[in-house]
Design a protein around this ligand. Structure first.
Ligand code: NAP
Length: 307
């Protein structure tokens, strides 16, 4: 099969289009014919070797954890799925090797759910990792109707889903973004505020009592304002810094594959509560450019790769 691979850690130019054996299919996995994949910042962080201390690697690595496609072959015991089923998933495995930037990926059934009927494969591929991250941080902080929620990096992959999921729960949402993304963030259902100097004051101007939940999807200065913007009894979740847990008593989250959570995200999408923003679609052979686009740090929504 054709696949994007890298045989050493490095910059985007280590990515090349190569011929690889079609992956074997474990007893609780299915073979997915990949229609589309998407890029998450973790893909280029992994490629650079930043996660080498916590993940074993088996080169050559096929990058990519997000997929949308069609079940081509089932495993020995996978009653959940049949050949021909349209699925999407966050296919993170314990060893870096067989990712989704390829014609086929072997995916444990626990990583997959039925593709939302209302989405194209390209839109569906944009959902799993970012949508699950938003869903799981919102679930873990217990966001509920009547609360005020501050979403940092509201225009990004994770933030775009979080704004909509929190709003669907009946929360009032404030979202940080650059001026250029304020109309976009408003359309998602949040009141936009600019990040940078004076952020805490701008949030306080909108929510004088403070916010009930901070969802941090960028870290640094944004997370550092937490104590200044949080209402009494409020809580924080971060996906970038363990300080949210260790110093602020909140949650530090690392998104987990979950069929059940992904099915719930799909339900919100098919119900019209959550839409998917695709910034740009690249061909598989241009995967390096897709990574570079994500590395800019200013993608609106998601970067997708068509296979
Ligand atoms: N722990 C986990 O499980 C987990 C899961 C997913 C992601 N992550 C991490 O979380 C981060 C966000 O992921 P993502 O996929 O959402 O990234 P992304 O899509 O690349 O985020 C891009 C967005 O960030 C915004 N942004 C940049 N600097 C900002 C700032 N200082 N304040 C507010 N917004 C800012 C940009 O908006 P403007 O263009 O308007 O500046 C852009 O829309 C990444 O570091 C990623 O590695 C962790």
């Amino acid at each position: 099969m054709r696949a994007i691979t890298y045989s050493t850690y490095g910059h985007a130019d280590v990515l090349e289009l190569t011929e690889q054996p079609t992956p074997k299919v474990g007893p609780d996995s299915v073979l997915v014919r990949v229609k589309a994949a998407s890029v998450n910042p973790v893909d280029w962080k992994v490629r650079e070797g930043y996660l080498d201390a916590i993940m074993d690697v088996d080169f050559p690595v096929v990058p990519g954890w997000d997929v949308a496609g069609v079940v081509e072959q089932v495993g020995l015991d996978t009653p959940e799925l049949q050949v021909g089923d349209e699925v999407f998933g966050y296919v993170r495995k314990d060893v870096l090797h067989g990712g989704t930037f390829a014609e086929y990926v072997s995916a444990p059934v626990r990583t997959l759910a039925t593709k939302p009927a209302s989405l194209s494969f390209e839109e569906a591929a944009a959902v799993p990792l970012a949508g699950l991250t938003a869903y799981q941080t919102i679930a873990r902080t217990g966001v509920r109707e009547g609360q005020t929620v501050l979403v940092h990096a509201a225009a990004g992959g994770v933030g775009s889903f979080a704004v909509q999921i929190a709003a669907a729960r009946g929360a009032r949402v404030i979202g940080t973004a650059s001026e250029a993304n304020h109309d976009y963030v408003r359309a998602l259902g949040a009141e936009p505020v600019a990040y940078g100097d004076g952020l805490a004051e701008r949030v306080r101007a909108l929510a004088p009592e403070g916010v009930d939940v901070v969802l941090d999807y960028v870290g640094g200065e944004a997370l550092a304002t937490t104590k200044d913007v949080l209402a009494d009894g409020g809580t924080v979740a971060s996906i970038t810094e363990a300080a949210a847990r260790d110093e602020l008593g909140g949650v530090y989250a690392w998104v987990r594959p979950s069929s059940g959570d992904l099915a719930e995200v799909a339900r919100l999408i098919d119900a019209g509560s959550v839409r998917v923003e695709v910034a740009e679609v690249f061909e598989l052979a241009d995967a390096a450019d897709a990574h570079r686009a994500s590395e800019s740090g200013h993608v609106r929504g998601k970067v997708v790769v068509r296979v």
